[in-house]
Design a protein around this ligand. Structure first.
Ligand SMILES: [Zn+2]
Length: 212
């Protein structure tokens, strides 16, 4: 990747070599980091070369080399099948369908769910041109219809696209002899699972109800 060209007077970076600017530029592309916090993060890393920057480089390299989507559930892990899919203690008859890996992590943090997951990788969206083939929907359906699954929990976000996707999946699963449920309550409209506190999320999961 080439270093961003410095525009005089642009105010992008007060000073420093193009390497420092590249670092700031890349950090600013992370979610939640604007140019200002990216500059602070860059300085923080440079000052803590041994204790932070080098371990971070190593962690990033390992992550980029070893983390892959699970061929069963589409979550991210360094082993395939993932740790959750290969755990014999987890109920194989119960599959919780989520949009993103972050949603799976949010549910795992509650400790309230002992089944398996399926990560769609997003939601259907006419506006953004996302159709069923762009998501892990076909593998989810064949998994659900494979015989072992007894209940599919649609734990999708309370956004318009999340609910459109949930209705689409419920329709595709109807007549397959599988219970299709959704989270009971506590998910605010437009809210995202990952931002929900553990309490309301586990309550919504435990008190789940039939989809429809
Ligand atoms: Zn898996």
């Amino acid at each position: 990747m080439s270093a961003p060209r410095r525009a005089p007077g642009s105010g992008a970076a007060p000073s420093g070599s193009s390497e420092i600017e590249t670092l700031i530029h890349l950090l600013a592309r992370l979610p939640g980091l604007g140019p200002r916090s990216a500059r602070r993060a860059a300085l923080h890393l440079i000052k803590r070369r041994e204790s932070l920057m080098l371990p971070l480089i190593e962690a990033l390299t390992t992550a980029s080399e070893r983390i892959r989507p699970c061929s069963t559930c589409n979550t991210l892990d360094t082993v395939d099948p993932c740790v959750i899919c290969r755990d014999p203690e987890r109920d194989v008859t119960l599959v919780c369908v989520v949009e993103q890996v972050g949603d799976l992590w949010a549910i795992e943090r509650t400790g309230a769910f002992k089944g398996r997951y399926h990560v769609l990788g997003g939601t259907l969206s006419a506006l953004d041109g996302v159709g069923p083939d762009d998501l892990s929907i076909a593998p989810m359906l064949s998994r659900a219809r494979g015989g072992a699954v007894r209940e599919v929990i649609l734990a999708l976000n309370a956004t318009v696209d999340g609910q459109t996707t949930a209705h689409y999946l419920a329709e595709r699963l109807s007549g397959a002899g599988i219970a299709v449920t959704r989270l009971a309550h506590g998910v605010p409209v437009g809210g995202e699972l990952d931002y929900l506190d553990d309490g309301p999320l586990s309550a919504a999961l435990i008190a789940r109800r039939d989809f429809g």
